[in-house]
Design a protein around this ligand. Structure first.
Ligand code: GLU
Length: 316
C-alpha cells in the first residue's frame, strides 16, 4: 500500500511528476494499493484550485489510483486522537515560546548549533517546561505543541538512498506537531494518515529524507506498527543546482499540455531521466511501469536543461 501525496500549494511540474510517476509505477509493478492523499493542511499556502489541477495533471499523464482522493483537511479527528494519546502520556507539551524567544536563546553565548533541516531552528532543551500528562482538549487554543525528542541516533534503512542515521535532537530538537492555528503539523498528520491508511511503502522526494527519523519517532510513540519502508528519490534541479522552480522556466505539466506536448513525450523524458535505457521518443505510463527499474535509477539529482525543454516541445 502506498500513496501519492501532492501538496496543493503550487502546480505539478516535471520534478514532482517524475516522483509521482515512479511511485505509481512501483505500485503497479508490485501490486501495491495506491491512494491519492491531498496534503491540504498548509494553511494560507494552499491554493484554491491546486488540488483539482494536480488531479487533472496526474490523470492526463495516465496515473490513476484506487478509490476517491482523500483530503487531510477532512481528517482532523484522526490527528486530534493521536494528540490526545500523546498528551496523556506526556510525550508532547504545549509550548508558547515565541519565535523571538527561540531566536534569543539561540543567539546566547554557548548556544547549541542552530539550523535544522529546511532552515528550522533547533528547539533548545533548556526551554522545555516541566512536562506531565495533560488533556489535549483542555489546553487553551492558540498554543503550539511540541514532541519530546530524546537525544539518540535513529538508524534506519532507506530502500533507495541506503542506510541512514539521523539524530533529530541535534537538528530540530523538540519539534512542532500541532500549530497554534489549531492544525496538525506535517509530521504528525502524515504519520497518522500513513498508519490509518495502512501505508507500507513511502516513495517521495529526498527533500523529505530528513523528516524520516522524526516520523519514525512518532510511529513508535503512537505504537503504530508496522513502520513503513522509505524510498527517498533524488530531485530534479535546474542548471544552477537548485530545485526546480519558476526561475528555471515554466516546467508545469499544465504548461506543456497547453503547448500541445503529449503526455507520452513527457513520460519519455522522465524515463530518460530515470535510468530507462531504451526509452523511445514517446511512451505511455503503462509502458513506463513495464520497463522502469529502481535498481538502474540514477542516485544523483537530475539536471533539467533548456535542451530538455526543447526536446519536449520538438514534436508538438
Ligand atoms: N505533501 C508532501 C509534499 O508534497 C509530501 C508528503 C510525504 O510524501 O510525506 O512535499
Amino acid at each position: 500500500m502506498t500513496r501519492l501525496a501532492p501538496s496543493p500549494t503550487g502546480a505539478l511540474h516535471l520534478g514532482n511528476a517524475r516522483t509521482f510517476l515512479i511511485n505509481w509505477a512501483m505500485a503497479r509493478a508490485n501490486g501495491w494499493r495506491l491512494v491519492l492523499r491531498v496534503d491540504d493542511l498548509a494553511g494560507p499556502r494552499v491554493k484554491k484550485h491546486a488540488a483539482q489541477d494536480a488531479i487533472d495533471d496526474l490523470r492526463w499523464l495516465g496515473i490513476d489510483w484506487d478509490g476517491d482522493a482523500i483530503f487531510q483537511s477532512q481528517r482532523l479527528d484522526l490527528y486530534r486522537a493521536a494528540m490526545r494519546d500523546l498528551a496523556q502520556r506526556a510525550l508532547v507539551f504545549p509550548c508558547d515560546v515565541t519565535r523571538r524567544e527561540l531566536e534569543d536563546a539561540l543567539a546566547a553565548p554557548h548556544a547549541p548549533v542552530r539550523g535544522g533541516p529546511q532552515g528550522e531552528s533547533r528547539f533548545p532543551p533548556e526551554l522545555r517546561p516541566n512536562i506531565g500528562p495533560c488533556d489535549f482538549d483542555h489546553v487553551a487554543e492558540s498554543t503550539s505543541w511540541r514532541f519530546l525528542v530524546d537525544a539518540a541516533p535513529i538508524p534506519f534503512t532507506d530502500h533507495f538512498a541506503g542506510p541512514q542515521t539521523q539524530n533529530p535532537a541535534d537538528t530540530v530538537g523538540d519539534f512542532i506537531v500541532w500549530t497554534k492555528d489549531g492544525e496538525p503539523a506535517y509530521q504528525l498528520a502524515t504519520v497518522a494518515d500513513d498508519h490509518h491508511l495502512g501505508v507500507t511503502d513511502i516513495v517521495r522526494g529526498d527533500d523529505l529524507l530528513d523528516s524520516a527519523a522524526r516520523q519514525l519517532l512518532l510511529f513508535r510513540a503512537l505504537n503504530f506498527a508496522p513502520e513503513p519502508r522509505f524510498f527517498h528519490l533524488p530531485l530534479v534541479v535546474g542548471e544552477d543546482g537548485r530545485r526546480l522552480a519558476k526561475r528555471h522556466g515554466d516546467t508545469r505539466i499544465s504548461a506543456y499540455r497547453e503547448a500541445g506536448v503529449s503526455p507520452e513525450r513527457v513520460i519519455a523524458l522522465i524515463a530518460r531521466w530515470s535510468g530507462v535505457q531504451t526509452a523511445p521518443d514517446e511512451m505511455s505510463a503503462t509502458q513506463f511501469s513495464e520497463v522502469f527499474d529502481l535498481d538502474t535509477m540514477p542516485k544523483e539529482q537530475t539536471i533539467f536543461t533548456s535542451k530538455d525543454d526543447a526536446w519536449l516541445r520538438a514534436r508538438s
